[in-house]
Structure formats: C-alpha cells, structure tokens
Design a binder for this molecule. Sequence first.
Ligand code: M6R
Length: 589
Amino acid sequence: MCGIFGYVGSPGASNTILTGLKRLEYRGYDSWGIAVKHNGSIDMTKQVGAIGDIDLSNKLNRACIGIGHTRWATHGGTTVNNAHPHIATDGSFVLAQNGIVENYQHLKAEFEKKGYSFVSETDTEVIVRLIEDTLKTTRDLTTAVREAFLTLTGRNTIIVLSADSDRIIAVRNGSPLVVGIGDDEFFFSSDTLSFADKTSSAVLLENHEMVKFDNGKLTFVNVMTGKAFDPQIQTLDHTTTTIDKEGYDHYMLKEIVEQRDTIREAVQYDESEFAPLVNAIHNAKSVYTVGAGTAGFAAGQIAYFLRTVASVNAVELKSYETLGFENHFAKGDVLIAVSQSGETADTIEAVEKAKSKGVAIASIVNMMGSSLIRLSDHAFLTRSGPEICVASTKAYTAQLSWGLVLAFASAGKFKDGVSVINRVSKQISGYFTDELFSRIKGIASGICSNEHFFVLGKGQHYYTALEGALKIKEITYKHVEGFAAGELKHGVIALIEKGTPVFVIVGDDEHRADMYTVAAEVKSRGAYVIGVADRTSTLFDDMIPSFPGGIADPAVKIIGFQLLSYFLGVALGNNVDKPRNLAKSVTVK
Ligand code: M6R
C-alpha cells in the first residue's frame, strides 16, 4: 500500500528518492510522484503506473532535498492529478500521505465554503488546505502541520516539504514512519528496507510522533504535547534486508524455494523464550488468534494446532470481524496476532481493542520494528527475510511452523515440536526438483484456460484449502474457492460440471477415507480431480505429488498450491510478483 520516502543530503536527491520508492514498490502501488526543492521552488514529477527505468538525473540533479510517494488509490481514481505529492495553492509546500482522513468530507465541505478549491479527488488534498488555512494564523509551517494533524481523524502518516527553506516535516499515526540516519544524510520512509543499503541506523517513530529536519538538524516532537524528545536510535540487521532475485525469474519462485530454510528459521528460539507466552496461555480463560488474508488463515491453523496438540481452547478471529468479541475480551486473556508486515490496519485495530481490555498480546511478525511488535507483550519474529512478492508464501509456512512449536511448547513438548520442524525442513529441501516443477507446469498448462476451480480440504487441511485457493486467485485472477470438504454435499457440489478442476487435499491422517469419498463424488459429476497427496489414487486425473509432513503437513501441502499458482500466473502472462489491485502492506481499513 502507499509508501513515503523523503531525503535530505547530497545533490541528486531526485534519483535517490526514485531508488527509495523502487524499494517500496513491493508494498503495491498504482501511481507515484516525487517533489524536490531547488532555488526556492518545488519541482514535481508524477506518473500513473510503475516507476520503470526513468532517470531524473538531468532534471534538477543539483537538488539535495525532496519527498516521494507511491500511491495505492483509495479516494479518487488512478490519475496523475490524484497522485501525491499535493502542492499548496501558493506553492509554498508539498505533502504526501499514507492512510485515510476519515473526516475529510466534513473538512472539504468547510473549506469549499471558505473559498478553497480542490484539484484532486483525494482526501489528502484536504490536509494541504487545512495546513494552508492554519498557516494564516500560525505563520509557521511546523506549527501549522502539527495543528492540522491534530484535526485529522483516522490513521494518517504525512510528510511535508517546504519550498522556502530546506525543511522536511513528517508525522506518524497508524502507517509506519522511520528515519534513516546516514553520514550527512537522512531518509524518511515507510520502512527500513528502502534505505537498508545506505545506513543501518534508524529511528522508528511511534504514533503521534513528529520529526522535523530544519537548519541542518533533526528534531523529534510528540505532537500531542508539543514537547521535544530524544529518540532511540536502533541498529538494523542488514543480513535480513537484502532485496535480490538471486537468479530466479521472480521473487515469488525464489521465496517459495527459500521455504527449505525459512520454516526452520522461524523456530530458532530457546524453550525459555516461549515460556512466558506458554505460561500466559495456560492461565488464560480465552486464547484468540487473529490475522487477515493469508495471515488470517495462518492464525486459524495456529488455533487448530493449539487445540489439537495442546488441548488449548483457542479461537480464531478475523481481524476485521472482532466487533462481536469485544465485550468478551478480558484481562488475562491472550491474543496471538499473525502478520508478515506487522502493519496491517485491521489486525492492529483488533490488537488495540483487545489490549485496551487488558488482553495480553503475542505476535508472530516478519518485519522488525513494526507496529505490531511494538504493541506486543510477547513478540516473536519469523525471520524469513524480506518477502517481496505481494502474495505471501514463505511468511505463511514460517507462521505455521512457529505456531506448531508454540502448541508443542504449550503441551510441555517443545523439543518434539522443533524436531518435527527440523525433519520437515530437510524433506522440503529435497522436494524442489526439476521433475516436480515440470509436473506442476504441465498441470498448469492443462487447466489455465478454465475459469472456475475448487479446492477441498478437511481437518488439518481445511486452512490449506482456503490458503491454496487464495494463492491461485491472487496470481491468476481466476475464480477459485476453497471449501471444507464437509460442505460439498451441502451446496458446493451444485457448481461441479464436466471438466471443472477440483483439487482434493489428501493428507496422511484420519480423513484419508473421507477425502477419497469426496474425490469420487466430484469425479462422478464430471470434475477433473487433481489430488494434492502423498499417494497416487485411481480417483485422481492428475496429482501434485507431496510427502507426508505428519502434524506439520499443512506447511508441506500448501507448497504445491504455491508452485501451481506461480506456474499458472507465468503461463497466463500475469505479473506474478505484483498482482493487479493488491498491496503487500494493507495499512488502511
Ligand atoms: O502483512 P500481513 O501478513 O498482516 O498481511 C495480511 C494480508 O493482507 C496478506 O496476508 C494478504 O492476504 C496477502 N496478499 C496474501 O498473499
């Protein structure tokens, strides 16, 4: 979702900002813009679509300060006019925003009455007019930004560049904001990855904190109190911040293959590090898991592991559907939040609600220093390295592997959990063969002209069916539904017709016979049955071969779906790393 990048330092700011924006591309965007300040005026470049290979070094290559933005449209279509930054009527400053101004309609109507005009359809421009209006009385840009910011409702992070002096002001609420501190240069960004090649020192701002660069110096202020504070400078771990396809055609395939290591990395914890969370789980009246999208399915699977391995009565909640549970949240309960980015607005909101009721928050997150980590009483990192492909693959299996070990630890069998993961990790290493890839490519080319697909799973593979279907949807734009196999006869079977591809997940578990029955039932209605299984069966027209992963099988069987999605997406000519309409980090509701 939207990304902010500001820079102050040496000449060539335009290209430095472009490079920073490219490193934010993975978040998803549909238009972009940059504004640099030179000789007392602001020069802007805005475009719809991807940044591509544009070089701005001939244009204002002497500028040393500027801001940029990648926009994922919320209010107003994908147009150059709606792209950020937005400029003040008198050209005295420009502004870019991540988030949504929830009271923008009210504010816009007020300013229209006052005679202000709007050139875009965005909620962002309302902030610009608000600052302009406040400037009339305050006469100082920093004060006006602060006062305007306090008028906004919703989660908003903004960055402002002044035209008349070398000044950048940025304020955080909701969407992340980090400041990279280099040698005589500073970076203001939505994440640390964007400047990880330039500096390893950074300040991670909290909500309602403001940073100002003015007169060659940085100042940090709490916007609520107006008081300056000394920031905590953190040192980033660069080993996990490299962004490189490493010879693969796409990040998606690279990240799928990386699972041979990442599922093991996610459980590199001592038993003592799990102990406080295990203790909280044992003492809790209710244990909830929460997430959205793929992370939501991982949350469901983790609740399943806790129930089946440790007899913990864990309940899965969807981040965006917690309203009915709010009255039940109570001190002593535990909520486990699952997220790759740690910045998903729906998940953060659910966590904040629970936290306000005294619920202990645990999280399993991939991005260091993210909001969720900072909201957590028990924070764990998946340590999967950057997941650049918008569709989540290695983060999902890492979340599952961590959740499985948590369940084992909760049952007093931490070491057994780690052994299961170590074994499966070794098996996954041998799973990625040219033979497997050709087989799945063959299946993809046979079904890529179909428009409707169904995925059926049961028990431990209920969430595999949901996540498998989501993966194919995201990369192929086809209609794919994942169902509990038990639902089949209660309605879904009406959709099966001659040639409909139906994926039947058969694990090495107590549901094997039921899944064969399901395969037979859809086959007798003409379905093209593709088994996702460890054993062949005459019921299958084709098969994605796998190996038995035992209790960790959900982290194994999903890999077949990830590879199928990838090869289908490539066969269809889709942009597999950046599927249409999707954003990696969903920082708005
Ligand atoms: O960063 P998060 O894991 O919290 O993101 C949650 C979802 O937006 C995310 O899993 C989404 O569903 C992915 N596109 C799945 O591939």
